[in-house]
Design a protein around this ligand. Structure first.
Ligand code: SAH
Ligand code: SF4
Ligand code: F3S
Length: 471
C-alpha cells in the first residue's frame, strides 16, 4: 500500500516548540500563572490527543484548572460519533458565552472530530461568535502557532483542512494517570462502515514507525507505568502502510519483549482483520492481557452487509471459537448498534443470539444515530424510536444477566490485579483491575496504588467484583 499521508518533520515540531517558548515568555509577565481548561469527549484516541494539547499548554507556561471561570484558555476536544455527544458539546459551548462576557480576554477553542465536520465549523462560525479557534485533528500539531496568532493579533481562526492526515512525533504530553497510559500506534480508518463518521474526520489509516512506539513504551515502563493500552481504530491493520511492512502481531511480540512487569492492552480490533496469528500471539505473549474487545455491531448477515462490515456472523463466531480454544479464560467485550436503518425486530434477535453464543463479559451498546454525510444516514429508517428502545432494553437485560453470571464465577478465586486508583467506596476504597480488565473494588491502603496485588474475590454484581487482599 502506498502512503498517502505525510510525516510532519522534526523542524516543524521544533518551530511549534519555539512558539511555545514565546508564549511562555508572555505567560511569565502575568502576575499569576495563567491556567487552561481542557475538556475531553469521546474515545481514548481523543484522551490521547488531549494529553498532547496539555503537553503543549504546559510548554506555553500554563497550569491547569477544571473551572472555566479561572481559565484563560478553554479547549473543548469533541466527539462526533453520535448525535447525543454533539448536542452536549453545543449546549456547553453555548453556555460559555456568559463566561466569556465576564472574561473577554479568554480564548475558547473547539477541536477534535466534531470540529472537523464542515457543517459544525460553519455553525460555530455563524452562531457561536465567542469561539476563537476551531481546528481539526489533522492540524493539532500546530496548536501553539494558532494560540500565538490569537495572542498577538486578534481575530478568529478556522483550520479544518480536508486531508488524509499526518503523523507528528515529538509533541510533548502531560498524561492524566500515573499507572495506565495510552499509546496511539496508528491513526485514521479505511473501513467506511456505512453508519460511521470516523473515516471522514480522522483521515486514512497511517501507522507510526515501530521504533517510535517501542521507545515510547520503554520510557513509560521505566517511569513506572504498569498498564499500557495501544490505540487505533483498527489495530489489526497496523503496519500495512509502513515502508517496511510489519503486522500488529509482530509489534505485540516486540513490545512484549520489553523488560519489566507491565500489561499490554489494545483497542479496537476489527473482526475482518483478526487472525489466528493474532490469537496465537496473544496466547504466548505473557504481558498481553487476556482480553479482546471485538465489536460485532449486529448479528444478522443482511444488516452486517448494509453496515459494510465485511464479515458475516458465522465468520465472527468462528474467530471467537478459535480464540477461546487458545485462551479458554479470555475476557470478551464488544460493541453493538441497535436500530440500524431497516433492521427488523426479527433481524435484531440475531444479535441476541450472538450474545447467548459468545457470552461477552461486557458490552457497549448504542442506538443508531444518523451522521451527516455517511451512507446509512440516507437509508430508509421506518422503525419507531419506541420500538428501537424496546429492542435496546431487551439487549441490556440479556447482557446484564450474562455479566452477572460471569462475574459470579469469580467468587472465591484469587487473582493478580493491578491497583489503579480509588474506588470512592468507603468499605472497598481501592479500584483494581483483573488482567481481563474487570473492575475489582478492594479494601487496602492507598500506598498500593500502582502495584500488582493478589485479591480474593468475595462478591460480585453485574458491573464489578469486590474482594480482599490475599496473604
Ligand atoms: N473503530 C472501532 C469503533 C469506533 S466507534 C471499531 O470499528 O470497532 C465505537 C462504537 O460506536 C462502534 O463500534 C459502534 O458500535 C458505535 N457507533 C459508531 N457509529 C455509530 C452511529 N452512527 N450510531 C450509533 N453507534 C455508532
Ligand atoms: Fe468506524 Fe468502522 Fe472505522 Fe470502526 S472500523 S472507526 S466503526 S468506520
Ligand atoms: Fe468520537 Fe472521534 Fe473517537 S468521533 S469516538 S472521538 S475517533
Amino acid at each position: 500500500m502506498k502512503r498517502t499521508t505525510t510525516t510532519i518533520s522534526q523542524a516543524d515540531i521544533e518551530r511549534q516548540m519555539a512558539y511555545c517558548q514565546e508564549i511562555a515568555a508572555i505567560s511569565q509577565t502575568k502576575p499569576e500563572q495563567p491556567l487552561a481548561f481542557v475538556d475531553t469527549y469521546g474515545c481514548q484516541q481523543n484522551e490521547a490527543d488531549s494529553e498532547k494539547i496539555r503537553g503543549y499548554l504546559r510548554a506555553m507556561g500554563y497550569g491547569f484548572t477544571q473551572d472555566e471561570e479561572q481559565a484563560q484558555i478553554i479547549v473543548i476536544n469533541t466527539c462526533a460519533i453520535r448525535e447525543h455527544a454533539e448536542q452536549r458539546v453545543l449546549g456547553n459551548l453555548g453556555a460559555l458565552v456568559h463566561v466569556k462576557r465576564r472574561h473577554p480576554e479568554q480564548i475558547i477553542c473547539l477541536c477534535g472530530c466534531m470540529a472537523q465536520e464542515s457543517h459544525i465549523a460553519e455553525k460555530v462560525k455563524q452562531s457561536f461568535r465567542h469561539v476563537d479557534l476551531v481546528f481539526g485533528p489533522h492540524v493539532l500539531w500546530k496548536f501553539p502557532e494558532f494560540i500565538h496568532t490569537l495572542l498577538t493579533s486578534r481575530g478568529r481562526i478556522f483550520q479544518i483542512p480536508d486531508e488524509a492526515g499526518s503523523i507528528a512525533e515529538g509533541i510533548p504530553v502531560v498524561r492524566q494517570d500515573s499507572v495506565k497510559a495510552w499509546v496511539s500506534i496508528m491513526y485514521g480508518c479505511n473501513n467506511f462502515c456505512s453508519y460511521c463518521i470516523v473515516p471522514y474526520v480522522r483521515g486514512r489509516e497511517r501507522s507510526r514507525e515501530p521504533q517510535d512506539i517501542l521507545k515510547e513504551v520503554e520510557t513509560l515502563v521505566s517511569q513506572g507505568y504498569k498498564d499500557i493500552t495501544l490505540l487505533g481504530q483498527n489495530v489489526n491493520s497496523y503496519g500495512k502502510d509502513l515502508e517496511t511492512p510489519m503486522d500488529f502481531s509482530d509489534l505485540l511480540e516486540k513490545i512484549n519483549a520489553i523488560q519489566g512487569d507491565f500489561l499490554i492492552r489494545f483497542m479496537t480490533s476489527h473482526p475482518k482483520d483478526a487472525t489466528p496469528k493474532l490469537f496465537e500471539t496473544m496466547a504466548h505473549c505473557e504481558k498481553v492481557a487476556p482480553v479482546l474487545h471485538l465489536p460485532f455491531q449486529a448479528g444478522n448477515d443482511r444488516i452486517l452487509k448494509e453496515m459494510n462490515r465485511k464479515h458475516t456472523r458465522a465468520e465472527y463466531l468462528e474467530k471467537v471459537q478459535q480464540l477461546k480454544a487458545l485462551i479458554p479464560d479470555i475476557v470478551m467485550t464488544s460493541d453493538v448498534i441497535v436500530g440500524f436503518p431497516g433492521e427488523t425486530t426479527e433481524e435484531f434477535e440475531d444479535t441476541l443470539k450472538v450474545l447467548e453464543e459468545v457470552r461477552f463479559d461486557a458490552l457497549f451498546t448504542f442506538i443508531y444515530s444518523p451522521r451527516v454525510g455517511t451512507p446509512a444516514a440516507s437509508m430508509p429508517d421506518p422503525m419507531s424510536r419506541e420500538e428501537k428502545l424496546a429492542n435496546f432494553n431487551r439487549l441490556l437485560a440479556l447482557q446484564d444477566t450474562i455479566s452477572e453470571e460471569k462475574h459470579a464465577t469469580y467468587i472465591g478465586k484469587t487473582i493478580r490485579c493491578l491497583v489503579d486508583g480509588e474506588s470512592g467506596d468507603m468499605r472497598y476504597p481501592l479500584a483494581a483491575r483483573t488482567p481481563g480488565n474487570r473492575l475489582v473494588r478492594v479494601s487496602g491502603p492507598q500506598e498500593l496504588i500502582g502495584q500488582f496485588v493478589f485479591v480474593t474475590i468475595t462478591d460480585a454484581n453485574k458491573w464489578s467484583l469486590c474482594g480482599e487482599l490475599a496473604e
